[in-house]
Design a protein around this ligand. Structure first.
Ligand code: PPE
Length: 311
């Protein structure tokens, strides 16, 4: 991992190596945190943070669902992120805001523990590899089902909930696949360990909806909009596991993964075994939007002012 110089912690900029927490941090024991994954791109108009306001909104919503009050405003976190990117001298980066229950009384009841907030930024390349983005990756349906709203709050991006993704990822990876596909508790397709999933059949695009306990991906919404703007039919609906083997094309979306095609599922080629026409078209348009090459989606980028001179 490529380190940056500074991390923002509760309003202060601290050196990367000094950004530490107490071992009795509540979130370390019980997973009581919420976070975001955001990316900033080097665009012709300067560094642009993709759908920053939407990510901050989701962070506040996730915190709210776990009854955590964030002791900063959206504007303060937005400004802190801009400052952090500039002070680290980064043109493009991954951004990880994290809100968590800090050190306080032990035990499950969390509401008397402080709410701490950190933001880290670092350079992060293609999540599933550059080759994966080009040629597609191999996916495997996981034996671990996606967490359901019977037990937690899948719509929240909460740290503890990621044990589910971690188990699926380890299983897929040890079996020799790049990514896991999790089914929901009904046995229907839900999403990847850190991505939403789309299937394309006869030119129509489908993606599981909130009844499948998905995380409402910001890239999912962006790609759905791009697809509709291009005239494709996109439906949110239940997707049966068997459709994975019938699809002409399958791709996944996420901040880290961006738009990554699947070239195989469970050792069966998806379509021709190469990313198809719809996937390619959407990937190209989406990459243009991310990298600030698209006039139409220009307002999706929150531009960062150039670095302030060092003081
Ligand atoms: N589902 C899950 C479970 C998920 O973690 C992500 C993002 C998505 C869907 C897509 O959401 P969005 O990024 O808003 O389009 N996963 C983040 C964490 C990845 C990680 O390894 O950490 C990410 O992509 O930043």
């Amino acid at each position: 991992m490529k380190q940056a110089d500074l991390i923002w912690m509760n309003g202060e900029l601290v050196a990367w190596d000094d950004a530490k927490v107490h071992v009795l941090t509540h979130a370390l024991h019980y997973g009581t945190g919420v976070f975001e994954g955001v990316r900033a791109y080097d665009t012709p108009r300067g560094t642009g943070i993709f759908r920053h306001a939407d990510h901050l909104d989701r962070l506040f919503r996730s915190a709210g669902m776990y009854l955590m009050e964030i002791p900063f405003t959206r504007d303060e976190l937005r400004a802190a992120t801009h400052d952090l990117i500039a002070r680290n001298g980064l043109k493009s980066c991954y951004i990880r805001p994290l809100v968590y229950r800090g050190a306080g009384p032990m035990g499950l009841f969390p509401l008397d523990c402080p709410v701490d907030v950190v933001i880290a930024v670092w350079e992060w390349g293609a999540y599933l590899g550059d080759e994966g983005k080009q040629r597609g990756v191999r996916g495997k349906v996981s034996s671990f089902r996606r967490i359901s709203s019977d037990a937690v709050i899948p719509a929240a991006k909460a740290t503890g909930q990621y044990l589910n993704s971690v188990l699926a990822k380890i299983e897929a990876s040890k079996a020799g696949y790049e990514e896991a596909i999790l089914l929901d508790d009904r046995g229907l397709v839900c999403e990847g360990s850190g991505e939403n999933l789309f299937v394309v059949k006869d030119g129509a695009i489908a993606t599981p909806g909130f009844s499948s306990d998905i995380l409402g991906g910001i890239n999912r919404a962006s790609v759905m909009q791009i697809a509709r703007d291009l005239g494709y039919a996109v439906v949110e609906r239940d997707v049966a596991r068997g459709e994975l083997y019938l699809a002409d094309e399958i791709f996944m979306t996420g901040t880290a993964a961006e738009l990554t095609p699947l070239r195989e599922v469970d050792d069966r080629p998806v379509g021709t075994g190469e990313p198809g026409e719809v996937t390619r078209t959407l990937q190209r348009e989406f990459e243009d939007a991310l990298h600030g090459r698209s006039e139409r989606y220009a307002e999706w980028l929150d531009l960062v002012a150039s670095p302030a001179p060092a003081t």
